[in-house]
Design a binder for this molecule. Structure first.
Ligand code: FES
Length: 105
């Protein structure tokens, strides 16, 4: 697990970009829960998921509106979309586990 920030560094409903071990990560705090997803949208391979907006249980890519479930990164239709990373908190610090997965789009 890697420490990435303090919980207070996150803003409800807004994404934040981190680059950990060369991996692009988008962190979201939504209704008090923290989610860590790949920051790279699979549509055009752009690092923009952290700039997305929240719609129900999804983060919506700001470029063309693809939706990814916060919980597991899957697309609306259940197909794979974004890599989802395990998140834990301890003493107000946020930790994520970087798992190297090579996704075939
Ligand atoms: S780049 Fe994300 S939907 Fe097009």
């Amino acid at each position: 697990m890697k420490e990435i920030c303090n919980i207070n560094d996150l803003v409800e409903g807004k994404g934040r970009r981190f680059i950990i071990d060369d991996t692009e990560i988008a962190i979201y705090l939504v209704k008090g829960k923290i989610y860590a997803l790949s920051n790279i949208c699979p549509h055009q391979h752009s690092a923009i998921i952290h700039d997305g907006f929240i719609e129900d249980e999804f983060v919506v890519c700001p470029a063309h509106g693809w939706k990814f479930r916060l919980e597991d990164g899957k697309k609306e239709n259940g197909c794979k979309g974004l890599i989802s990373y395990p998140v834990t908190t301890h003493n107000d610090k946020v930790f994520i586990e970087i798992i190297k997965i090579k996704y075939e789009w």
